[in-house]
Write a protein that binds this ligand. Structure first.
Ligand code: AP5
Length: 216
């Protein structure tokens, strides 16, 4: 399956990706995770990406497209992919159309998770992540077993640097102005299906599972 997961910051893309991967074994390609890994290792890409991400801005298209092009060309994408957080702009979506054709893996389904601004702020401000293994928690909705400690690896949880209210407002604007037009782009291609992200994590996945079953 060749799938894109879209939605504003905090809509639940990362959370639902975990469920989707349990259901269909395809590589998870999250540009946000790839940038965070590069920042952790302070590579050239990481240093560049950091200057945009911490302010809530999108990393320039040419950098992001190059990164995804390299990732999609790897062998494990021959059986499909789950793109999480890419594309985020019209030029990225146009580039993906070309890349997907090159690897004979055209996009089959775009899952658009919707949620309102108040809920997005509540989710982002309560999110805590593990700096070591990347697991994500929430102070209200997804508590770790031991307070502030990752269930999976025992590391102390942190708040993402771009999860401040200031950065979040910039990210929400970027979503409205640069990413939301993709809903129309993919709807015109008959690929975009919207899911109500205000439901519980389980109920959101139930809706996604039905969409996956339609293209399986
Ligand atoms: P990225 O990492 O992709 O961040 P994002 O899109 O802002 O999304 P988030 O990770 O904040 O949220 P999410 O939707 O995954 O929600 P989650 O499941 O964690 O990108 C980060 C940055 O990298 C961008 O700002 C940009 O700078 C750069 N970047 C990345 N891709 C790029 C691209 N293509 N082009 C240019 N730049 C790019 O859930 C949030 C919280 O809510 C969690 O705590 C979770 O437990 C909780 N939660 C989730 N679902 C529910 C639910 N149903 N009910 C209750 N709680 C829930």
């Amino acid at each position: 399956m060749n799938i894109i997961l879209m939605g504003p910051p905090g809509a639940g893309k990362g959370t639902q990706s975990e469920r989707i991967l349990d259901y269909c074994s395809i590589p998870h390609i999250s540009t946000g995770d790839m940038f965070r890994e590069a920042i952790k290792n302070q590579t050239e890409l990481g240093v560049l990406a950091q200057s945009y991400i911490n302010k809530g801005l999108l990393v320039p298209d040419e950098v992001t497209i190059g990164l995804v092009k390299e990732r999609l060309s790897r062998d494990d994408c021959k059986n499909g992919y789950l793109l999480d957080g890419f594309p985020r702009t019209i030029p990225q979506a146009e580039a993906l159309q070309v890349l997907a054709k090159e690897i004979s893996r055209p996009v089959q389904l775009v899952i658009n998770i919707e949620a309102d601004k108040d809920e997005l702020i509540r989710r982002i401000s309560g999110r805590r992540v593990c700096p070591k293994c990347g697991n994500s928690y929430h102070l209200l909705f997804k508590l770790p077993k031991v307070e502030n400690i990752c269930d999976a690896c025992g590391s102390e949880l942190i708040q993402r640097k771009d999860d401040t209210l200031e950065s979040l407002n910039v990210r929400l604007d970027a979503y409205e102005n640069q990413t939301k037009p993709l809903v129309e782009f993919y709807s015109k291609l008959g690929l975009c299906k919207t899911v109500n992200g205000l439901q519980s994590i389980d109920d959101v996945f139930n809706d996604i599972q039905k969409l996956l079953d339609e293209v399986k």
